[in-house]
Design a binder for this molecule. Structure first.
Ligand code: 0RA
Length: 633
């Protein structure tokens, strides 16, 4: 039962009762859900209050412990929640914080700048949803304690001992009547505490789990700068990470960034330590500052010539790793998930902070500035080249229209529903396929050797490649957004390559090409992979085409003393036209595998890894997949 210090009810204690009851009646409204996510929310809320003490500069160590009985203790070495009695309510600040909804940050005055966690219901909601809570405050050399049951105080704030130093200890047991589970997940919480430690430099978070004896401490002297280092630790970086910090009005802006040789951007934004996955005004401010500052710098130093166009947003983002973190007094979140920051003023604050920070950095580190611009220019060139290659191909196929490539041995049937196109590796296999095929409905396009011999096969290089352009013309339906299914010249496109390293490279490359430029072809079920045999086994008078080692072993078990002859085929070129027809192309006997989007996505990933320039993952991939991928390493 809530009582005031003089033991009688008053209006405010009735409000408290109503408030806490409301939380218990509709917990989802306050903490989102009553599953494990809501449960984790409780811990988050209590820890957020201590982190706020750290942000106020009053606390540098927080200990979080999950006990065997599933109660949780959070200890901080902050100033301690005030315990003095408030003149008007007649209640201690501690009791108010613990029992009045949203009372958390209001007692702080000027030192308590950043509103307590935006997860933000206040620790009173945790209290309401707990079977029991007790809080101990160390202040003025004394320890004060108060206990609660389902949100209601069961004791006065009582002096229980003497204290060295200051701080607050909160222990709570989540109410099993409310939560589906009170089994905290160590990994989820510890991941979150790691992130919080990155976002609050100089703060140590120690997380112990007495259920299994695990304990981690997180402390990052460099804060988000350490975060960026961590994200990039396996990548090739272009320079040391750049760090910008600035306070404007009541907003603190912190940005850390570093360029790598990757082709993608990794940027995370936070507002008051909340991961704004949908970005918002801080992200917008950051992006426009980055683009503008890099363009200004490039022009001023004549790296970008007068007749050249500006770097685009995409150009400056490729290979970027960045953390944008803002802390502000009254954050406004947009969207259902509260994952987007809405405060309009923040855009300009971040823009100014980042522009000035970057300008200063480049002034002091001109060689880093140059490296970054060069990287962005390379990206810009590649992007333009890809665009031009695409346009050329489209224009050419429009102009040439029916001018089919000379190497194509087309079929006589014109109804594309009945025709198929074999893409064949190598001229000699191509020759055999041309002779062995059924020319009424089978067309053959031989592809020369390694069709794309570039180590970093970017899209532009792919599209400017002669063989690839030939394929586009032969298929006839165009590429990209202009792909037109109705113009398909064949209903089956069949990739036929050798069962060796080169063959698998070419297959990966072709799958990647089709996936990236004609996904509709795959979705429509038009793309196939031929299955050439590995062996021809003659047992007595019977001969078998054999497509796998298992199949070979099965046949060998049934030999029964008859004479056996095994021929192994290393390449398509070793078969004569009749053999190629019989084993691989005859629709009544062959097996062809239909390519799915999943196959193509995988190929595209393999392709990026094999062709990309990021050495460690590439080496790891080749080592782990060498057998499957059939690579000699
Ligand atoms: C209000 C005012 C002051 C500190 C706190 C609240 C406070 C709250 C929590 C919650 C968990 N740990 C906390 N530590 C402090 C400032 C009091 C002063 O000026 O001494």
């Amino acid at each position: 039962m809530a009582t005031t210090n003089n033991g009688s009810y008053d209006a405010s204690s009735i409000q408290v009762l109503e408030g806490l009851e409301a939380v218990r009646r509709r917990p989802g409204m306050y903490i989102g859900s009553t599953d494990i996510r809501g449960l984790h929310h409780l811990v988050q809320e209590v820890v957020d209050n201590s982190v706020d003490e750290a942000l106020a500069g009053a606390c540098d160590h927080i200990y979080i412990t999950i006990h065997k009985d599933k109660s949780v203790t959070v200890i901080d070495n902050g100033r301690g929640i005030p315990v003095e009695t408030h003149a008007r309510t007649g209640k201690s600040a501690l009791e108010t914080v613990m029992t009045v909804l949203h009372a958390g940050g209001k007692f702080g005055g000027s030192g308590y700048k950043v509103a307590s966690g935006l997860h933000g219901v206040g620790v009173s909601a945790v209290n309401a949803l707990s079977e029991w809570v007790w809080v101990e405050v160390r202040r003025d050399g004394k320890v004060y304690r108060q206990e609660y049951h389902e949100g209601h105080p069961t004791t006065e704030v009582t002096e229980v001992g003497t204290a060295e130093g200051t701080g607050t200890t909160t222990t709570f047991l989540a109410d099993k009547k409310i939560f589906g589970t009170i089994d905290y997940n160590f990994d989820t919480l510890s991941q979150r505490f790691r992130e919080m430690a990155y976002l609050t430099k100089g703060l140590m978070l120690t997380f112990a789990d007495e259920r299994n004896g695990r304990e981690f401490s997180f402390y990052f002297e460099g804060g988000i700068l350490s975060f960026v280092r961590h994200l990039n630790k396996n990548l090739t970086v272009l320079h040391q990470p750049i760090y910008v910090e600035r306070e404007m009005d009541l907003t603190t802006v912190e940005v850390a960034l570093q360029y790598t040789s990757e082709f993608t951007e990794t940027a995370f934004s936070f507002a008051n330590n909340i991961n704004t996955v949908d970005g918002g005004t801080h992200m917008t401010g950051f992006r426009s500052a980055l683009t503008r500052t890099l363009n200004d710098y490039a022009r001023k130093n004549n790296i970008l010539k007068e007749d050249e166009t500006n770097l685009s947003g995409d150009d400056v983002r490729e290979g970027l790793t960045a953390i944008i973190s803002v802390k502000l007094t009254e954050p406004q979140f947009e969207s259902q998930t509260k994952a987007k920051l809405g405060n309009a003023e923040v855009r300009n604050q971040v823009e100014v902070a980042v522009s000035e920070g970057l300008r200063n950095y480049f002034e002091e580190n001109p060689s880093d500035g140059k490296k970054i611009i060069e990287k962005c220019l390379t990206t810009a060139r590649a992007r333009r080249a890809a665009q031009m290659a695409r346009e050329t191909v489209i224009r050419k196929s429009a102009l040439e229209g029916l001018t089919l490539p000379g190497k194509l041995a087309d079929c006589s049937e014109k109804d594309s529903a009945r025709t198929e196109l074999y893409l064949v590796e190598g001229d000699s296999a191509g020759g055999s396929a041309k002779q062995g095929r059924d020319r009424r409905f089978q067309a053959i396009l031989p592809l020369r050797g390694k069709i794309l011999n570039v180590e970093r096969a970017r899209e532009d290089k792919m599209l400017s490649n002669e063989e690839i352009r030939t394929i586009i013309t032969a298929v006839g339906a165009g590429i990209g957004t202009r792909f037109n299914h109705d113009k398909l010249r064949y209903s089956r496109i069949i990739i036929m390559t050798d069962a060796d390293v080169d063959g698998s490279h070419i297959r990966t490359l072709l799958l990647t090409f089709f996936f990236r430029n004609m996904p509709e072809l795959i979705e429509g079920g038009h793309l196939y992979i031929a299955q050439p045999p590995l062996y021809r086994i003659q047992v007595g008078k019977e001969s078998h085409w054999v497509y796998s080692d298992e199949e070979r072993d099965g046949i060998m078990r049934k030999v029964n003393g008859k004479p056996v002859n095994i021929q192994r085929y290393k390449g398509l070129g070793e078969m004569n036209p009749e053999q190629l027809w019989e084993s691989t192309m005859d629709p009544t006997q062959r097996t062809i595998l239909q390519v799915t989007m999943d196959d193509a996505v995988l190929a595209s990933e393999v392709f990026s890894m094999l062709m990309g320039d990021s050495v460690p993952p590439r080496r790891r991939f080749i080592q782990t997949h060498a057998k499957q991928a059939n690579l000699d390493v």
